[in-house]
Design a protein around this ligand. Structure first.
Ligand code: ADP
Ligand code: ZN
Length: 775
């Protein structure tokens, strides 16, 4: 096999035709964890015909030298293939039971087609490693007594110890592990072995779970958790519950978009729907952003939802495998998790819920580059069930789907208990008085609001979506900017770590005062990150506890929760952080939310930058005034007239969506046209450039061959161009943007490109369908 640097390897990799070597009656199609667009057919030997099955893994000879390779069986047939190629034989079947059921087979097949990658790659990514290698399980030897008619005749004589052991086993009246029996009968395993040898007991092996696979703390039984107080739905909630309840009762595919402002009681609606489905004896998958998998959120699900599995990123392989097996055997009713929970192997799925459906973290940035929301919608369609997507700021993709009538909008425009949305005031940084000689991040308006809040014993959340201390390190003499050695990106100075870091590839180097370019002692450390902001706060507000929350301080499991607990208990007065603090937090005593610089992220070369800014501002503003005391939001900005900032300050999602959709339509961006991105990369700049040029020609040919293109405006191709970040992780990168009004046309053209393109060694390309990262 060649290195998997092309997406599709075509038939020419196979050996010359040879006669079928094994007489077989069954044949199995196998796919591998490779970028291949087809399955390989193998003969199933007599000894394995009873064991082979779709959704099981097998070991087969594959590639040069016929090395034993694991793959998934995707089809079993008794029709002998006519290709005339040599047909090799399945060596082993690795699973006793199918680990991927029929529904997931269909879903993964769709993903391979849609995201243009190998079916085997998708299956490999979908099934957790702990399931693939049976982590958290072991094969145990059991013994059980034999019924009278199976006992040897005449009965052999036994030693007193053997008799004692046999009696113990009979008394237990169930299979016992050999070791367990020896322990109970206070004998050695040799004694039990004697019983087996004499034919008095039957020995068998079975794979069982070890304690490592049972994160029991998270699997709470309804009966063991606190009784919950029934919350009566308010008028808004009842209005959206009605159609939802109908859909849950009748079943069938029905997508809902629940648009409710922050604090409108969306979670309560999810819970009601989940309870209903569990009552019907069916299962629910709940997708949330990873950051929401905190005990605070989870505790609301516990006790209302039957057995709950919480799939957070800190699980071990064994635990993940344990959950997968328990979901597959029907022991779990509700699966809550980030992106990959969409693949939970439920048996009778009745509903999928997606909270914060607009979150970009649902998009996976490695193969298969899927979007969990889109996969979830497809899964709901394939399984014929309702899906409930909720957000205060729906993605424009979902909003457009709703406008086209594809989704039913359920709207909750008010906060519960008629609490008002907080007043948002924009602070124009161009006109804020400056303190001479100081580069303060917190201007006088925000500062005095903070003082007032602290005096009234309120708590403060400050958002700055940039971590580190100094975000711009440059030489005042020659203008040299400290850049990553591997990327075209500026380094950020982190003071706690005392190092310069690249936020993309993680490269670190010691800070320096002498410019590496002109040797002058003129390096300046400027630009503002959360670390520097924290120092400013501690200087300005002594006697108050300021805690920083960003991926630097929150890397250890549980640290997030510890900080939130302390904040809730009033041990922290000021919480400062990146977007991490904007999501889902519900602290009634937060009466002031400050946005230090709303413009971070607004000017990125990305057609979604306005949408992201709006979402972030609306979400963080939603953290204020959730209690009786009310609250306000101050947003510092250099561009107070930018519509996404003005409209966020008025909590006006509808108007923002309208404006932004007009803009998207004008520029033919999603959701009006389908977009894909193709990146060519190589560690050699020249090689990447040359192949990118070649691909431009390949595209022309691919478009000519596209038979679906009739009646559509042709596919539009932008590129090749250097990626906005040209060099990343030592790779020089060029990209194409491909747009079409038809997904079918876009896919056909790309599939043609993948078949036609032959990248030289050292050059690779990646296809990203519906891309989110535009860098
Ligand atoms: P969202 O998910 O829309 O932000 P939540 O479901 O978290 O809103 O609700 C916000 C707060 O209001 C929570 O503390 C919740 O317990 C409470 N709440 C929700 N629905 C009701 C209701 N019908 N009556 C009283 N309180 C409610
Ligand atoms: Zn880097």
């Amino acid at each position: 096999m060649t290195a998997p640097n092309t997406l599709f390897e075509v038939e020419n990799e196979r050996e010359l035709p040879k006669p079928v070597s094994v007489p077989a009656t069954l044949f199995a199609d196998i796919v591998f964890d490779r970028p291949l667009d087809h399955a390989y057919t193998y003969a199933v030997p007599e000894s394995l015909t009873a064991k082979i099955g779709v959704g099981k893994r097998v070991e087969v000879p594959f590639g040069k030298g016929g090395k034993g390779t694991a793959g998934f069986c995707v089809r079993v047939t008794d029709v002998q293939p006519t290709s005339g190629y040599e047909i090799k034989t399945v060596t082993r079947v690795l699973d006793d039971d199918a680990i991927v059921d029929e529904h997931l087979m269909k879903l993964t097949r769709w993903m391979a087609d849609y995201y243009l990658c190998g079916w085997g790659q998708v299956l490999h990514a979908v099934v957790p490693a702990g399931v693939r290698d049976n982590a958290g399980t072991r094969v145990a030897s059991f013994v059980e007594p034999l019924p009278k008619e199976k006992l040897p005749n005449p009965l052999p004589t036994v030693t007193p110890q053997q008799k004692a052991a046999l009696d113990k086993l009979k008394k237990e009246n169930r299979p016992l592990e050999v070791l367990q029996l020896a322990r109970l009968a206070k004998c050695t395993t040799g004694v039990v072995a004697g019983l087996i040898k004499k034919g008095l007991v039957r020995k068998f092996s079975e794979r069982i779970e070890t304690p490592a696979a049972m994160p029991d703390a998270e699997t709470e039984d309804q009966s063991t958790s606190a009784p919950h107080v029934e919350i009566a739905l308010n008028a808004d909630q009842l209005r959206v519950w009605e159609p939802l309840k109908n859909a849950l009762e009748t079943g069938g595919y029905h997508p809902f978009l629940l648009h409710g402002v922050t604090g409108s009681g969306k979670t309560e609606v999810y819970l009601r729907a989940i309870e209903e489905v569990v009552k019907q004896g069916k299962e629910v998958i709940v997708l949330v952003p990873e950051i929401s998998l905190t005990p605070q959120t989870i505790s609301r699900f516990k006790g209302r939802c039957g057995n709950l599995a919480v799939l957070h990123s800190h699980l071990t392989d064994a635990e993940r495998g344990g959950y997968w097996r328990r979901v597959a055997t029907g022991h779990i009713q509700v699966v809550v998790g980030a992106r990959s929970a969409v693949f939970a192997p439920t048996r009778k799925l009745g509903l999928i819920v997606i909270d914060e459906e607009h979150e970009n973290s649902f998009k996976q940035e490695s193969t298969p580059r899927y979007h969990a929301r889109d996969v979830a919608v497809m899964r709901a369609r394939l399984e014929g069930i309702p899906i409930l997507m909720g957000s205060a700021t729906p993605s424009l993709e979902s909003w457009a789907n709703a406008e086209r009538g594809n989704y039913t909008v359920l709207s909750m425009p008010n906060r519960v208990a008629s609490r008002p949305l907080p007043a948002v005031k924009l602070v124009d940084l161009r006109h804020e008085p400056k303190t001479p000689g100081k580069h303060y991040a917190i201007g006088p308006t925000l500062e005095s609001a903070m003082r007032k809040t602290l005096k009234e014993k309120g708590q403060i959340i400050l958002l700055l979506n940039r971590r580190g201390f100094s975000t711009h390190v440059h030489c005042e003499a020659c203008g040299h900017v400290a850049q990553c050695a591997h990327c075209d990106l500026a380094m950020t100075f982190h003071r706690t770590k005392n190092s310069l870091m690249c936020h993309y590839c993680g490269f670190e180097t010691a800070p320096f005062q002498k410019c590496p370019a002109c040797s002058q002692l003129a390096m300046r450390y400027q630009g503002l990150g959360t670390e520097k902001l924290q120092v400013e706060i501690e200087e300005k507000f002594p006697g108050n506890v300021c805690q920083r929350m960003d991926s630097d301080t929150m890397s250890k499991p549980g640290s997030h929760q510890r900080v939130l607990d302390a904040f809730r208990d009033g041990l922290i007065q000021i919480l400062v952080g990146t977007q991490m603090i904007a999501k889902g937090l519900d602290f009634p005593n937060v009466t002031l939310v400050g946005v230090v610089n709303a413009d971070v992220g607004l000017h990125l070369p990305d057609f979604r930058s306005a949408e992201r800014t709006f979402q972030l501002l609306a979400q963080v503003a939603g953290r204020a005034g959730r209690g009786e005391k009310g609250g306000q939001v101050l947003v510092q900005t250099f561009t107070p007239d930018h519509p996404c900032i003005t409209l966020a300050s008025h909590h006006n999602y509808g108007e923002f969506a309208k404006l932004e959709l007009v803009h998207r339509k004008q520029h033919k961006y999603p959701p009006y046209e389908r977009l894909a991105r193709l990146i060519v990369r190589s560690e050699k700049e020249e090689a990447a450039a040359t192949f990118a040029d070649t691909l431009a020609g390949t595209f022309k040919e691919a478009m000519k061959r596209a038979t679906t293109a009739q009646g559509h405006t042709p596919v539009r191709l932008l590129g090749p161009a250097e990626c906005p970040v040209f060099r990343l992780n030592n790779f020089y990168r060029f990209h194409f943007q491909i747009q079409s009004d038809s997904s079918a046309v876009l896919h056909e053209v790309l599939r043609n490109v993948l078949t036609l393109a032959k990248p030289p060694s050292g050059v690779e390309f990646q296809v990203d369908i519906d891309p989110y990262s535009m860098l």
